[in-house]
Design a binder for this molecule. Sequence first.
Ligand SMILES: [Ca+2]
Length: 86
Amino acid sequence: MTSYWQAFKEYAAETAINNAFYFVDKDSSGSISVTELKLLVETINGYYDTGIHPKDEDIAHLVAVADKDKDGSLSLAEVKAMFNKA
Ligand SMILES: [Ca+2]
């Protein structure tokens, strides 16, 4: 059974990912580029004040792993899967 706080944390993380995704997906295309993914990660880092700043090669690695359909951009589903929220 999931505790209230566990559920809250998961909800907050889900909301943060959704908000960050729609924030960086400026043209509302439903998918984001490598550059936009970097902005998304930085945005989520800002929410949680993690102090972690990924390098370009870290982002490239994330995209390589997360881009399941290999179209060179990340859909919201792919981003959520990347954060294990799918
Ligand atoms: Ca993709």
